[in-house]
Design a protein around this ligand. Structure first.
Ligand SMILES: NC(=O)c1ccc[n+]([C@@H]2O[C@H](COP(=O)([O-])OP(=O)(O)OC[C@H]3O[C@@H](n4cnc5c(N)ncnc54)[C@H](OP(=O)(O)O)[C@@H]3O)[C@@H](O)[C@H]2O)c1
Length: 248
């Protein structure tokens, strides 16, 4: 078996379900020890930890709400103390609040920014204090950073566009230290946040997709694994789209 991430230590935010859980399992399959956070699904977190441990690596689930900056820093520190360091940070935890401009609530705006943007900054700042040369930071953005073709998604799109500027700027801070930082921008991916069945999904597939299907969580995890691995040392400050042609 090929283990390109052997001896690496990773933290994935929001790893109990969906894209995050697939990333936890893929990094474990590639040989990394993995910590991951969750907010409210201890049962799902425990299942994901067990699936990762089956690859013969350490896997730990940490309850940590990304809306709470102190809890985000604590998750990074716990990763460092339990895994012996941190080489890879995946900022995946995110929320989707859709609603028309006239009714959009300030509390939904603030929560979106706290989880989708502020937590990415907080975790990144805490992690780079410990990261050595070869470190990797990967955010899960969205194709909606570049194209939002339906109503009600302005705040979500803004939160993901913010990550484009963040990786461009921090690539400059971190490049000379041998640490890369990038966004992976998925299109529609079959998860509880965006199920592949239903009226909304059929509309997306028909009107917007070049490849007329939803992506799988494993397809996103494969792009993350490439960026986390030794072949991607010259990729930084980039926002890489994996969207079945949604933005084409
Ligand atoms: N699915 C798509 O079509 C799609 C497309 C583009 C981008 N994305 C992005 O991909 C990322 C993952 O999305 P997904 O589809 O996998 O979502 P999901 O199925 O809703 O899963 C979200 C994951 O994030 C965790 N999470 C949510 N809020 C959290 C918080 N406040 N603190 C810590 N963890 C939290 C959840 O933990 P609990 O189980 O504890 O709630 C869960 O593990 C998000 O950033 C999303 O914006 C998704």
């Amino acid at each position: 078996m090929n283990h390109p991430l052997k001896n690496k230590r990773a933290l994935v935010t929001g790893g109990s379900r969906g894209i995050g859980a697939a990333i936890v399992k893929r990094l474990a399959a590639d040989g990394a020890d993995v910590a991951f956070t969750y907010a409210s699904s201890p049962g799902r977190a425990s299942e994901t930890a067990q699936a990762a441990q089956a690859f013969g690596v350490k896997a730990i689930a940490i309850q940590s709400d990304s809306a709470d900056a102190n809890a985000v820093v604590a998750a990074v520190e716990r990763t460092v103390s339990e895994l012996g360091g941190i080489d890879i940070l995946i900022n995946n935890a995110g929320v989707l609040a859709l609603g028309p401009i006239d009714d959009f609530k300030l509390e939904d705006f603030d929560r979106t920014i706290a989880i989708n943007v502020r937590a990415v900054f907080v975790a990144t700042q805490a992690a780079v204090r410990h990261m050595k040369e070869g470190g990797r930071i990967i955010n899960i953005g969205s194709c909606n950073a570049e194209r939002m073709p339906f109503q009600g998604g302005g705040v979500y799109a803004m939160s993901k566009s913010a990550l484009q500027g963040l990786v461009q700027g921090f690539a400059r801070d971190l490049g000379a230290r041998g640490i890369t930082i990038n966004n992976v921008q998925p299109g529609p991916i079959n998860t509880e946040m965006n199920p592949e069945q239903g009226e909304f999904a059929e509309m997306l597939k028909k009107q917007f997709m070049a490849v007329p299907r939803y992506g799988t969580v494993e397809e996103v995890a494969a792009m993350v694994a490439y960026l986390a691995g030794p072949d991607a040392g010259y990729v930084t400050g980039a926002s890489l789209t994996i969207d079945g042609g949604f933005n084409a």
